[in-house]
Design a protein around this ligand. Sequence first.
Ligand code: FRU
Length: 484
Amino acid sequence: FAQNKPHDYRPKYHYTAPKNWVNDPNGMVYLDGEYHLFYQYNPFGNVWGHMSWGHAVSKDLKNWETLPVALPEFDNADGTQTMIFSGCAVIDSMNTSGFFEKGFTKGMVAIFTSHIEGKAQHQSIAYSADKGRTWKRYDKNPVLDLGMKDFRDPNVIWYPEKQVWIMTVVKPLEYIAQFYESKDLKKWTLLSEFGKQGDMTKIWECPSLTKVPVEGSTETKWVLMISSGHRQKDYLAMQYFVGDFDGKTFTPQKQNEILYVDEGKDFYAAIPFNNLPKSHAKPIMIGWINDWEYAREIPTGDTWRGGFSVAREFSLKKTTDGLRLVQQPIIQLKNAQKAAFSVKNKVVDGTYEVPFKGEVFDLTLEIQPQEAKVVTLNVFQSQGEATAIRYDANTQELSLDRTRSGQVNFHPRFSSVERVKVPLKDGKLKIRLLADKSILELFAQDGEHALTEWIFPTKNEGGITLTSEGGKAKITTLSVHTVR
Ligand code: FRU
């Protein structure tokens, strides 16, 4: 017999490395028309190991060009190796570090965790005068060492009010984020600590502290993001705290509030870009698409494993419960897209077969459930297979069900359903679904909720249907764009 050709899961508009394993995005920074995405990378295989910084650049946050490894793992004199764990990059335009020539404004400095397996984690720096193409490690590394085995993921921002750099870094096993300041990126002084609250079901990793605009006002607030546990036990997700930062201490708007950035299983370790041009009014982040629970086993084939979300801008919205994060994908789709199909004011009673088939699309649906008890959008549908996005009008729950999405048995924890409470607005549910071969990024009610997940369909029929159960529902608008 002819062997079944393995399904091609490689996304078209989400960045994946040409080969090998990737995890966290690192060193995201903008310089001179280029967005830099560095990332945790194993140059030698498609499982975790030999962690180094891979590198890709983009001019439009959609098309990425892969560059050679930026910061490789290296050998130490005592026979051990130092891996380059997660971290960030800044543009040292005032040469505060003294690494660059006088007057040079485009120096890039990477701040990362230097990891010696089983022995130590400390923070180190490296610098580049050629836009991240070649790097030199600082000869007096590490720059911050507490003598701990778990102390990692520095994220640095410029804090103009004090003319200092502020680093947020975590003690993962203690659920503590620490804030440090520095004038030169080399000498760091502890300012304060925040933690022991929020989601503590998993260790804390990859923190970031960002000043974020509040919608409909001129205010800003600070958002502290931490990669940690998921609402569903023993999965991973990201949580955030909203509050104030006075250059020393982070004070949350509410004690012990637990808020999640993305309610899917596969959005982790996102950090925001540094040094964005003024034309971006809002901060932008990119996350790693995966969950450590099964990340090593996702069935993407022998070549590559792991990927990155599209760039998302984020802001805060006032609600009666306090400020909440909202996110919008910005993949500059406008000229990259072709409207494939659209319909307005269509009543659905039973099953409506959407006259579009595909695995790479951007779909917008605005629907009034009206008399329907449940409405379901099935995507990647073929005989016996579908990923179901369901809205239950009684419980006001939006769910993303991948239990019948295709390959689910490669790991016992993969098959799952997410449920999120999403109240209707003026009787309507609005969703945007970015689908890309094996990645789904689902946004509801204009980015108030986000759910990101892998799916591994075994057939590529890519059918889409919309079903109403228990009565009629009305589609106000449904449009599907192909993404090129
Ligand atoms: C998060 C993480 C980080 C660490 C990196 C190692 O996914 O565990 O805490 O720096 O991955 O690859």
